[in-house]
Design a protein around this ligand. Structure first.
Ligand code: HAM
Length: 438
């Protein structure tokens, strides 16, 4: 008979795995709430057109897309950004600004199989709409860092590489290149770190061999690793009103991050340009310090997208952390929690005759918020005590015929191995007292 497995790149979550994921999501939710972000969600299935010519060629090529029974062209969402733009754009005038929203959701991309990348994965997305200045970037990078720090990771474990597509456009424009060539070169820069000079192939296929001096200039610009180097590379052009204003924004951003105590987490790095097509300004990506893993997170400013998707134009900036790579990093650093949920109370039940009394208490104790387990079938006492120990319960309640005849239930402290009788009519109060005394 055929056995069925999950599709390549799709994961099953057994309870112990899901407990880890849930723990990650819980801390991300708490952190986003502390920063004043509100949670939203959107459909998994979207019109294909939402992604066409917006996310960029790479994501478009990776779409899970098909025609539905009504003949509509649809796609499983590969990312959240176009969807959240639709939501915000449709209500832009009614929403209080700045709009600070987050979500935790599942995405689908037909990726090549590799470590830390799946075809189905979760992201935490956080975005700010309606704020044009770098103050939004400060808030978001602070949130990104906190979402990692809250697990015990430090600046020795990860960092954020900060770059600027706006300056890349300026710089390549100043070399006399038109927009299609600039976009092709940014594509090459995005791939160069992992792919080497092969990254220039798509540019050369479209526009012919790249002149050696242009290639040298591109490689030099992408190797910039500090604000001082950046100013120097722009040279005399930095005095132009437009560039002077841009550099002032850089100073605001770096100054704000420093004031937030985040300077040690952030590295100026023009080698980051982001693969997605819609970014217009500052862009950033988070990586593990050892450089062993794929990107942990990525984001940036995309001031045109809300308007291009038909909404009221709104400046926007945001990022997404991928759960898969992040979980690998936590695992490697020994920070992945052992979150097997133990029972609080195990009820040991003598025989069918004692079940009535036990069941009434089980219902009450659960309503009080305790995690309560009991044997589904009649079992010998020895087996029940073993099950009680395996469940991790702190207390065992023993409903024996002899105790109940005296109007009592026996309570055993599983760690101390001590026992006492409590009145059967007041088990809830007795248990609460014992848990509070601990
Ligand atoms: P992205 O760089 O495509 O950006 O994805 C962000 C993060 O999601 C990556 O750094 C990675 O951790 C994770 N990720 C992406 N693809 C996969 C995959 N196939 N398997 C596992 N994890 C993956 C975006 O998606 C933008 N929409 C982020 C954004 C939000 N920009 C503005 N707002």
């Amino acid at each position: 008979m055929a056995t069925f497995q999950s599709l390549p790149g799709f994961r099953d979550f057994y309870p112990e795995d899901l407990a880890k994921r849930t723990h990650i999501f819980r801390l991300w939710r708490q952190t986003a709430a502390a920063f004043g972000f509100a949670e939203y969600d959107t459909p998994v299935l979207e019109p294909l057109d939402l992604y066409r010519a917006k996310s960029g060629d790479e994501i478009e090529a990776q779409l899970f897309s098909f025609a539905d029974k009504g003949g509509r062209e649809v796609a499983l969402r590969p990312e959240m950004t176009p969807s959240v733009c639709r939501l915000v754009g449709a209500r832009a005038n009614a929403l209080k600004r700045p709009i600070k929203w987050f979500s935790i959701a599942e995405f689908y991309r037909y990726e090549r199989m590799q470590k830390g990348r799946g075809r189905c994965f979760h992201q935490f997305n956080a975005d700010i709409f309606g704020e044009a200045g770098p103050e939004a970037e400060i808030e978001l990078i602070a949130l990104l860092v906190e979402c990692m720090r809250v697990f015990g990771l430090t600046e020795k474990d990860f960092f954020v590489r900060l770059s600027d597509r706006n300056l890349w456009f300026h710089y390549l424009g100043s070399l006399g290149l038109d927009e299609p060539r600039i976009r092709a070169l940014l594509g090459a820069v995005d791939k160069h770190e992992r792919g080497g000079d092969d990254a220039f192939k798509p540019y050369e296929e479209a526009f012919g061999a790249i002149p050696a001096d242009l290639k040298a200039k591109v490689l030099a610009f992408q190797s910039i690793r500090s604000f001082a180097q950046l100013e120097a590379a722009l040279g005399a052009a930095a005095a132009s009103a437009e560039l002077a204003q841009r550099l002032a924004q850089w100073r605001t951003l770096l100054g704000g991050l420093e004031a937030m105590g985040l300077a040690g987490f952030v590295q100026v790095d023009l080698g980051v340009v982001r693969g997605l097509a819609y970014y217009t300004g500052f862009v950033f990506e988070a990586f593990d310090r050892k450089g062993e893993l794929r990107a942990l997170a990525g984001g940036g400013r995309y001031d045109d997208l809300v308007g291009r998707l038909g909404g009221t134009p709104l400046p926007a900036v945001g990022f997404a952390i991928g759960e898969m790579t992040f979980a690998l990093l936590l695992e490697e650093r020994g920070l992945s929690p052992a979150v097997v949920q133990a029972a609080d109370i195990y009820c040991v039940i003598g025989s069918a005759a004692e079940r009535r009394a036990a069941f009434a208490d089980i219902r009450r104790l659960r309503a009080l918020g305790y995690r309560v387990e009991y044997p589904m079938r009649e079992l010998a006492f020895g087996k029940q005590f073993k099950a009680a120990a395996d469940s991790g319960a702190r207390l065992a309640l023993i409903y024996g015929a002899e105790e109940l005849a005296r109007g009592m239930v026996k309570v055993r402290d599983m760690a101390e191995r001590s026992e006492r009788d409590v009145p059967a009519a007041g088990v809830g109060d007795a248990v609460r007292g014992l848990f509070e005394a601990h």
